[in-house]
Write a protein that binds this ligand. Structure first.
Ligand SMILES: C[S@@+](CC[C@H](N)C(=O)[O-])C[C@H]1O[C@@H](n2cnc3c(N)ncnc32)[C@H](O)[C@@H]1O
Length: 198
């Protein structure tokens, strides 16, 4: 079962995330559209989610400086991450990360359909477009997990969940945990998780 509240974080994982976050921060000056990145608690939570469910392929909307991308990529099971950002080109592609700089989610998802990609985990940190919904469902492996940042108030995470949830009948919403280990920062990542995995 998914860990809702993370009790303890291995120090090696914590340090690795901190190092990667520091590297990503150096990319901020490259941004055309300067916006927020995920918190340390959110980065650790994403890493632990990947450790638990061991996705081979991840699709992300909203790269920015790559904090979330690099947190997920730190998980050994992750083979490839596809990520797009309509405004920015801060993060470079690598053997395990294919960036779609200055490309919309719709442009990336259309390309991934052509490449016949399927993903076990999706991370949404940008705004899903209505036209993206069918593509997301077609790109989803069986029992795919969907993670949404900014799940609070009327923010984009709530809007994104409301867009996708009607198409995921056998899924349960898992709200953000109250805390992640002893970290001071908070995460606002919610999950839509297949009931079989909860
Ligand atoms: C909050 S930031 C992402 C932060 C990033 N996940 C990180 O950890 O550094 C959101 C980014 O998503 C981009 N974005 C929003 N909606 C998008 C869409 N539909 N397609 C592509 N990019 C989008 C924005 O331009 C912005 O740069």
């Amino acid at each position: 079962m998914m860990t809702y509240g993370v009790e303890k974080i291995e120090s090696a994982i914590h340090h690795e995330i901190q190092e990667r976050m520091a590297l990503c921060e150096t990319l901020r000056e490259r941004a055309y559209y300067k916006t927020g990145s995920i918190s340390e608690a959110a980065a650790v939570y994403l890493r632990l989610l990947c450790d638990q469910f061991k996705p081979a392929t991840i699709i992300e909307i909203g790269t920015f400086i790559g904090t979330s991308t690099m947190a997920m990529e730190s998980c050994p099971s992750v083979g490839h991450i596809y990520t797009c950002d309509k405004d920015n080109d801060c993060l470079a592609s690598s053997t395990t990360i294919t960036c779609f700089p200055k490309k919309t989610s719709t442009q990336m998802l259309t390309q991934l359909l052509e490449w016949k990609v399927t993903a076990e985990v999706f991370f949404f940190d940008g705004r899903i477009q209505g036209v993206d919904l069918a593509a997301i469902l077609r790109l989803s492996a069986p029992f795919a997990i969907y993670a949404f940042d900014d799940y609070e108030g009327h923010e984009k995470g709530v809007v994104n969940v409301e867009m996708l949830k009607p198409y995921l009948k056998d899924y349960t919403l898992i709200r953000p945990p109250a805390s992640v280990g002893a970290l001071e920062s908070k995460t606002s990542i919610a999950l839509l998780m297949p009931k079989e995995l909860v």
